[in-house]
Design a binder for this molecule. Structure first.
Ligand SMILES: Nc1ncnc2c1ncn2[C@@H]1O[C@H](COP(=O)(O)OP(=O)(O)O)[C@@H](O)[C@H]1O
Ligand SMILES: [Mg+2]
Length: 260
């Protein structure tokens, strides 16, 4: 469904339509263990392989409505990136249902979706088209994207020469210029300097005013509470809490304290 900015803004008042709905979402990764490093390993490789099943998400259910900004917190390995990956359609769930209404702009790991040997400019075209724009639409937005990313002097250099900060700036600039209904931000903002981070938060606020939906993963609890009204807490793949940002962050911090 393509929501216009007017319908998106109206939607936040009464009961807004569903943007993302997960029902008993489970994601299992299968890790096959190969041990060819030795002769013994080679011989063992003829035996049935030991396959480890790693459950990254276990029966996760929630509903996010259009216009909501939802923080996602949890320790490393708790399934946050897997959840965003499923919403970005990078992964398919093993079982359960995921419903997504609207166009998604994912900002996942640093440099994800970038081709290292292409220039910044070529990567903007490449990603813009993948994210649903026509070449003409990308051309119309090029200046805004390059300017937002502050990469005017580097835009013809291959991406592999970029620093992590430059990659983040370009990734964020593209994600916020493709007219998506749903923005996914996975940690990346942490690599930016304070001034650019502020610019990103201002942009996120603008998206909130426009009634877009945002999922925001961060280890920065201040940033989470600043940006999100609601927080999902993932703990070893299980949804431990889903509620008011302040309350859930408090519960999470208490649990971290208790395990120390
Ligand atoms: N592509 C993958 N293949 C195998 N295991 C994965 C893959 N992605 C994530 N995992 C595993 O799934 C679990 C959840 O990871 P992840 O979603 O990245 O957690 P988080 O983002 O909260 O740190 C971890 O145990 C991780 O090792
Ligand atoms: Mg992660």
């Amino acid at each position: 469904m393509e929501a216009t900015s007017e319908t998106r803004a109206e939607a936040t008042h009464s009961i807004a339509p569903v943007a993302i709905r997960a029902e008993n979402l489970t994601k299992e990764f299968k890790l096959a263990h190969h041990a060819y490093a030795s002769l013994k390993g080679l011989l063992l490789s003829f035996l049935p392989k030991r396959v480890e099943h790693l459950v990254a998400l276990r029966q996760v259910s929630f509903t996010i409505r259009q216009g909501e900004t939802v923080g996602v917190i949890g320790q490393n390995g708790s399934g946050k990136s897997t959840l965003l990956g499923i919403i970005a359609r990078v992964y398919r769930p093993t079982s359960g249902v995921i419903e997504i209404n609207g166009r998604v702009a994912p900002l996942l790991e640093l440099g994800a979706g970038f081709h290292p040997d292409l220039t910044g400019l070529e990567n903007i075209y490449f990603n813009g088209v993948i994210l649903g724009l026509t070449r003409k639409q990308v051309a119309e937005r090029i200046d805004a994207i390059v300017q937002f990313a502050e990469l005017e002097n580097y835009i013809d250099a291959p991406i592999r020469t970029y620093s992590s900060g430059m990659l983040m700036r370009l990734g964020f600039a593209i994600a916020v210029h493709v007219d998506a209904d749903i923005l996914l931000v996975d940690e990346v903002l942490a690599v930016g300097d304070a001034r650019f981070q502020q610019k990103c938060y201002d942009k996120i606020q603008q998206f909130q005013r426009e009634g877009r939906t945002i999922l925001f993963v961060s280890h920065d609890m201040k940033a989470i509470q600043h940006v999100a009204q609601r927080v999902l807490w993932l703990d070893k793949g299980v949804l431990r809490a889903d509620g008011d940002a302040r309350t859930v962050v408090q519960q999470y911090l208490e649990s971290v304290q208790a395990t120390l």
